[in-house]
Design a protein around this ligand. Structure first.
Ligand code: NAD
Length: 337
């Protein structure tokens, strides 16, 4: 246990929690002190694997003065209560996206935590992706002139488990929320103003039963008139499809997919055939998750604002709510923050 390390309590040890546990353990600035999950069996297994202290009540972490950072990676509906508790105990907070599914809960939370003025970094990992970042830098350098369109394609290789989907909040609040945030990342001081949504189920009828969608697309417009298109699928036969295109008055910037390696195969039947795409978020965004932690370490120690804040989480949720209203009312919806 390094003396100057940032002591962390990690809450939630599922798919993403386990990845964070590994990354925190491997990071020079953090000491993964406590781990907690309501599944006792899982919690025991993970604490053994990462040599952390398995706590059976998260209060222990909140009350421990040596804990600097509370890292929330549990199911979405638990985030707000842990944020409030961590803020009360003056911890630095990292919280996975989305903040919650209910904007009223988020707004109330904001009022409650205001007096503690906590440091909160949100898990919009795509903001940290080197590819997505470099096109923003080129855009700022005026390489493509005035920004006119943003086109985001985001398709998961396969849906998560049905039990996850049932509590996920649906495709807009669970999945497309990343893309709503990414739009705002490129727009900077410009802001989303309106949204029109369409969604359907064609191949996987399970989504009908849980009143969710496997396919969804949105057309959004910013105050300055930038046209934004987002298209999501919960399945994709050729892997994790993650592409961003920025189109401007003088050119275009693309942050493309990542392949397993850069080899291209040329044969009698194919030219320029590339290797398969990286499997899913843990592989595709490996650098982003690492850079996200680098920033969290700096943020914990100094006053450096993170790329992704509580307010970004709140605004992305407001857009997701508007997407659902547009779908229901079959019309373009104005967005107010
Ligand atoms: N940023 C990303 O790339 C990304 C990727 C996947 C998931 N997520 C987000 O991370 C969160 C977790 O997703 P996941 O895929 O790991 O889900 P998961 O279902 O695999 O894991 C959630 C874990 O939280 C635990 N949990 C539930 N209630 C709890 C409580 N009250 N206290 C402690 N633990 C509790 C569950 O037992 C489970 O182990 C979700 O909010 C999700 O939206 C973010």
């Amino acid at each position: 246990m390094g003396k100057n390390k940032i002591n962390v309590a990690l809450i939630g040890l599922g798919r993403i929690g386990q990845m964070h546990a590994e990354n925190l353990t491997n990071h020079q600035s953090f000491n993964l002190k406590y781990t907690f999950d309501i599944s006792k069996k899982l919690a025991q297994k993970i604490s053994r694997k990462f040599n952390s202290i398995n706590i059976i009540n998260p209060e222990k972490a909140f009350r421990d003065k040596n804990i600097d950072l509370v890292f929330i990676a549990s199911s979405t509906f638990t985030h707000i209560k842990f944020i409030k508790e961590a803020a009360k105990h003056k911890k630095v907070i990292f919280c996975e996206k989305p903040l919650d599914l209910d904007i009223n809960k988020v707004n109330t939370c904001l009022k409650v935590i205001k007096k503690y003025n906590p440091k909160i970094q949100l898990g919009f990992n795509r903001r940290y992706d080197p590819g997505h970042n470099s096109i923003k830098k080129e855009l700022r350098k005026n390489k493509i002139g005035k920004l006119e369109k943003i086109i985001i394609t985001s398709r998961d290789p396969a849906p998560p488990s049905l039990s996850y989907l049932k509590i996920s909040g649906g495709i807009f609040k669970d999945m497309m929320i990343h893309d709503f945030d990414l739009l705002r990342f490129y727009l900077d001081e410009d802001e989303i103003e309106s949204i029109f949504t369409t969604a359907s189920n064609i191949s996987d009828k399970r989504f009908n039963r849980i009143k969710d969608y496997e396919l969804a697309s949105c057309l959004l417009k910013s105050k300055k008139g930038v046209q934004c298109i987002i298209t999501n699928s919960r399945h994709c036969s050729f892997g994790y499809d993650q592409r961003v295109e920025l189109f401007g008055s003088k050119g275009m910037l693309i942050s493309g997919n990542k392949n397993e390696n850069e080899t291209e195969i040329f044969t009698k039947n194919n030219t320029s055939q590339k290797q398969p795409l990286l499997n899913f978020f843990i592989d595709r965004y490996v650098d982003a998750y690492r850079l996200q932690l680098d920033e969290l370490a700096l943020y914990s120690r100094k006053k450096k604002s993170p790329k992704s804040s509580f307010e970004d989480g709140r605004r992305a949720l407001i857009i997701a709510d508007a997407a659902l209203i547009s779908l229901k009312q079959r019309k373009q919806i104005k967005i107010k923050f």
